[in-house]
Write a protein that binds this ligand. Structure first.
Ligand code: GLP
Length: 256
C-alpha cells in the first residue's frame, strides 16, 4: 500500500528547483490548454527556496499565474491577516507580491473569523476547493511532531478543515517568530487529513538533519494518527522530496 515516491537531492536548493520545475510545467500545460491550475500551498521555512524559484521562473521565463488558484493549508487562530506573523503576510512576502496571480484566486484560512462562525467558514473553505475541481498539487512540509498542515497527533484520516489546538512542540518551534512561546496562538484553522488525501498529487518536502527522524517514521511506520504524516502512505500519488540530511535515517531498501 505504501506507494510514496522518494526523490532525493544533494541539497534543498536542487530539490526545490526540481519541485518548481514540476509545478511550472503543470501551470504551463494548463495555461496552453486554457485550463486553471489549483495549487495547495504550505508555509514554514521549507518551501521558501521553492517560492523563490517560482518567482524567478515568472520573472525570467514569463510563466503566468493568471490562471492559478491557490488554497493555503492553514492559519493561526486567532490571527489578524495584517499581523506580520500571519500566513497571509508570509505568503504575500514570499510569493504573491511578486507574481501575476489574481488576488481573488488566493484562499488562506481566515484567522479573524468569529468563533461562532468557524464551522460554517471551514465548510465553505472545503466547498470552494471542491467547486474548483479539487487541488492538482498539494505542497506539504512536515512538523517535528509529524504534523502536516496543523494536523497534530490525534488527527484522524476523516478530518477536514477545522479549528484545532496546537501541540507544545509546534508552539515551541514557532516561538522565535513570535518572540516567545507565550505569544504563539494556541489554536489554528487547518485543512484536514481527508482534505489533504483528496488532492490529486502531493509533494512533501523536508530538509535537514532535524527532519530525518520524523521523515523515516512518516515513510516507514505503520499508519497511525499518532504520526499524521503516515496517512500519506494511503495516498496514490505522493512524492517526498528530501535533501541528503533529511534522508539520512532511511536505509537503502527504504530509499526505493
Ligand atoms: C508549521 C506549518 C506547517 C509546516 C511546519 C514545518 O507548523 N503549519 O505547514 O510544515 O510548520 O515548518 P518548517 O518548514 O519551518 O520546518
Amino acid at each position: 500500500m505504501n506507494t510514496i515516491q522518494k526523490s532525493i537531492f544533494p541539497t534543498s536548493t536542487e530539490a526545490s528547483k526540481n519541485v518548481a520545475k514540476e509545478i511550472s510545467l503543470l501551470i504551463k500545460t494548463n495555461n496552453n490548454a486554457g485550463k486553471q491550475t489549483i495549487l495547495g500551498l504550505a508555509t514554514g521555512s521549507t518551501p521558501l527556496e521553492l517560492y523563490k524559484e517560482l518567482v524567478n521562473i515568472h520573472k525570467n521565463q514569463g510563466l503566468s499565474f493568471r490562471n492559478v488558484i491557490t488554497f493555503n493549508l492553514d492559519e493561526y487562530y486567532p490571527m489578524n491577516p495584517e499581523d506580520r506573523n500571519s500566513y497571509v503576510h508570509f505568503m504575500n512576502k514570499h510569493l504573491f507580491d511578486y507574481i501575476d496571480i489574481d488576488k481573488d484566486n488566493i484562499h488562506i484560512p481566515d484567522g479573524s473569523v468569529s468563533e461562532d462562525n468557524i464551522d460554517e467558514y471551514c465548510e465553505t473553505y472545503e466547498q470552494t476547493i471542491r467547486a474548483c475541481g479539487g487541488i492538482d498539487i498539494q505542497l506539504l512540509g512536515i512538523g517535528r511532531s509529524g504534523h502536516v498542515g496543523f494536523n497534530e497527533p490525534g488527527s484522524t484520516r476523516l478530518t477536514r478543515t477545522r479549528l484545532v489546538k496546537l501541540g507544545q512542540i509546534t508552539r515551541n518551534d514557532a516561538a522565535p517568530m513570535f518572540s516567545g512561546v507565550e505569544h504563539v496562538p494556541k489554536q489554528a484553522i487547518t485543512m484536514g487529513i481527508r482534505s489533504i488525501l483528496d488532492t490529486k498529487k502531493i509533494y512533501l518536502l523536508a530538509w535537514g538533519k532535524s527532519k530525518a527522524a520524523i521523515v523515516k517514521k512518516a515513510l516507514t511506520d505503520k499508519v497511525t494518527d499518532k504520526i499524521p504524516a503516515t496517512f500519506l502512505q494511503e495516498h496514490k500519488n505522493t512524492t517526498v522530496f528530501l535533501d541528503k540530511e533529511a534522508a539520512s535515517e532511511l536505509v537503502q531498501e527504504q530509499l526505493t
